[in-house]
Design a binder for this molecule. Structure first.
Ligand code: HEM
Length: 143
């Protein structure tokens, strides 16, 4: 990805990345079918699980993974590391039966979250779209 896009993604992500619980809540709220995939959350009321330690733990796992991916974007030397982490994640999620459609829902939910919380002009939206495309190109090759 071009350096200016990487900077836009990193700067906007830095503004929300400590809102882990809020981000996972927004994803589950918009897409209950994603929540339903988690044995520990399936069938439970979202507002009542939001404050639990299990919810915080999973929120921080997802957000840290994302933060790691975003921090590795940009420099050529980190491309093998990105591929390795994404392939591993793709395999884990294939084993759980997560379909592409749910990953696309995840993207839509994260994009909406970003739009609501940071200044999100067309250039930022394009940069985020490219970051997701690059991530999903590797993950989807495993599903
Ligand atoms: C773990 C589902 C997308 C990152 C898990 C687990 C489930 C799951 C069921 C196991 C939780 C546990 O029992 O501890 C899903 C579904 C997705 C999705 C349905 C649909 C979009 C993502 C995305 C990311 C991600 C987009 C990263 C940006 C992780 C990480 C773990 C995890 C880091 C913990 C490590 C592992 O066990 O693989 N996911 N996931 N997931 N997920 Fe996802």
């Amino acid at each position: 990805m071009p350096a200016d896009e990487v900077a836009l993604v990193q700067n906007t992500w830095n503004q929300v990345k400590t809102n882990e619980v809020d981000i996972l809540y927004a994803i589950f709220k918009a897409y209950p079918d994603i929540q339903a995939r988690f044995p520990m959350f399936a069938g439970k009321d979202l507002d009542s699980i939001k404050g639990t330690s299990g919810f915080a733990l999973h929120a921080s796992r997802i957000v840290s993974f994302f933060s790691q991916y975003i921090s590795l974007l940009g420099s050529e030397g980190t491309q093998p590391a990105i591929k390795t982490m994404l392939n591993q994640m793709g395999q884990n999620h294939k084993n759980r039966g997560v379909p592409k459609q749910q990953f696309n829902e995840f993207e839509t939910a994260v994009m909406s979250y970003m739009k609501a919380h940071v200044s999100f002009g067309p250039n930022v939206e394009k940069a985020w779209g490219d970051a997701f495309d690059k991530m999903y190109a590797v993950i989807f090759s495993n599903l």
